[in-house]
Design a protein around this ligand. Structure first.
Ligand SMILES: Cc1cc2nc3c(=O)[nH]c(=O)nc-3n(C[C@H](O)[C@H](O)[C@H](O)COP(=O)(O)OP(=O)(O)OC[C@H]3O[C@@H](n4cnc5c(N)ncnc54)[C@H](O)[C@@H]3O)c2cc1C
Length: 390
């Protein structure tokens, strides 16, 4: 019998499968997509805490080999001050922004190399129950037939519209509609001079740009989700209007480049879901979808995948009862990921900065060590609570 079935084979699912397979467990990963497969709704930034995990799992060299540049220079233009620095307490000391067709494939190939079985083009169609306990999945195969697979544990890593979450009846909490979040508009540009990652913060606007694969730069503008969307035909003109107002210098550099591909503009609902029950768990966006303004979804998915794999390993290898082992996973989510979701939601409102924040910026700007700790909070190498309470 299989130990674990993972539904969803991108960053959360592939990472979970990789870690479990390396610990000797029998893992099946299924996905409705076929890989390599891209993902449009992502700006790809993996913060330092996530990069440190990729390094620990020996997959970071493959990211580097994809010619994805390390992002070591960070600047945040707050208007009165521009903070420049490097997140504190990071091992590798860089962020990366690999396109998802690159990142997800690297994790998936590593999972398969470690012994996980991958079945593509399979649609998850429901869970199998034994009384109150989930004991497997029902899937629709590419030829239209339906089949069943049983396992000791089922992991839903199937993204924010998780069908696994619906099937097990996982309840959402800390949920926010898209109007309370951010509206993110972005595109890829080539021929643009930019090294590292740059952020420009103004009232109700956050402009950003960073390097990704193919010698391209991702350039975007975040606005409050409560504002009207840009009409599709006017996105380019409106984007540049906004960027000129936010940062004329960045706008000039973007204009000197060439847009590659379409504009993407989106806002999403965010939430936590109950992460675990009898025979099942949720990881990545399936269990916790946060506002993209903090670019933390992938880092969160990788961290939670490790914590889930560790808990499952404890339970599957007999070190602990499986259900009891899951308490460790829930605990780390409650103490790290859930607070970051709530923090992201506050940031996403893009409210005018308060006196307190202005004071914080002035205090931080006086010390390079504090600037690096501030960047470390975003990079999740410095605990959120320790920074905000300091
Ligand atoms: C606009 C935008 C920008 C973002 N930018 C960033 C960023 O810069 N940095 C960052 O860290 N995060 C970012 N995020 C968040 C990030 O994209 C997500 O957190 C991340 O994709 C979550 O990964 P996942 O593996 O949990 O789910 P997903 O990437 O959504 O993968 C889910 C997988 O499950 C499969 N699946 C779904 N349903 C089924 C089914 N029924 N049967 C079989 N398979 C199924 C899908 O095919 C898919 O392959 C952004 C999000 C948005 C919306």
């Amino acid at each position: 019998m299989l130990d674990v079935i993972v539904v969803g084979a991108r960053c959360a699912g592939a990472a979970t499968a990789l870690l479990l397979a390396r610990q000797g467990h029998r893992v099946l990963v299924i996905d409705q997509d076929r890989f390599p497969s891209d993902m449009r709704l992502s700006t790809h930034l993996i913060w330092h805490a996530g990069v440190d995990l990729l390094q620990k799992w020996n997959v970071l060299d493959a990211v580097r080999a994809s010619l994805c540049p390390p992002l070591t220079a960070f600047s945040l233009d707050l208007g009165p001050v521009v903070l420049k620095g490097r997140p504190a307490q990071a091992n590798v000391g860089a962020a990366f922004a690999p396109k998802r067709v690159v990142l997800d494939q690297i994790l998936l190939e590593a999972a398969v190399a470690a012994g996980a079985e991958l079945r593509e083009g399979l649609l998850f169609d429901g869970v199998l129950w034994d009384g109150p306990r989930v004991v497997g999945v029902r899937v629709k195969n590419p030829d239209g037939s339906v089949s069943e697979e049983t396992a000791r544990w089922v992991v839903g890593a199937d993204g924010r519209h998780s069908a696994v979450a619906s099937a097990v009846g996982s309840q959402p909490y800390h949920a926010f509609p898209k109007e309370q979040g951010s509206l993110n508009t972005f595109a890829y540009f080539s021929g643009m001079s930019l090294k590292g990652a740059e952020f420009v913060s103004r009232p109700r606007r956050l402009g950003y740009a960073w390097q990704t694969n193919d010698d391209q730069v991702l350039v975007g503008m975040v606005m409050p989700g409560r504002e009207a969307r840009m009409p599709r035909a006017e996105v380019e003109a409106r984007f540049f209007e906004e960027l000129e107002l936010t940062s004329p210098l960045l706008a000039a550099r973007v204009r000197a480049g060439r847009r590659e591909g379409d504009w993407i503009s989106t806002s999403i609902n965010t939430f936590c879901r109950e992460p675990s029950g009898a025979g099942w768990s949720l990881v990545g966006d399936a269990g916790l979808t946060m506002d993209p303004i903090t670019m933390a979804g992938i880092t969160n998915a990788l961290r939670d995948a490790e914590s889930l794999a560790n808990a499952l390993h404890q339970g599957l290898s007999g070190g602990q009862e499986l259900d009891e082992a899951m308490l460790g996973f829930k605990d780390q989510r409650d103490h790290v990921s859930v607070p970051f979701h709530l923090f992201s939601q506050e940031v996403a409102a893009l409210l005018p900065v308060t006196d307190n924040v202005q004071r914080l910026c002035r205090d931080v700007a006086g010390s390079q060590q504090e600037i690096d700790r501030y960047f470390g909070m975003w990079a999740q190498t410095v605990p959120l609570a320790s920074f905000l309470q300091a």
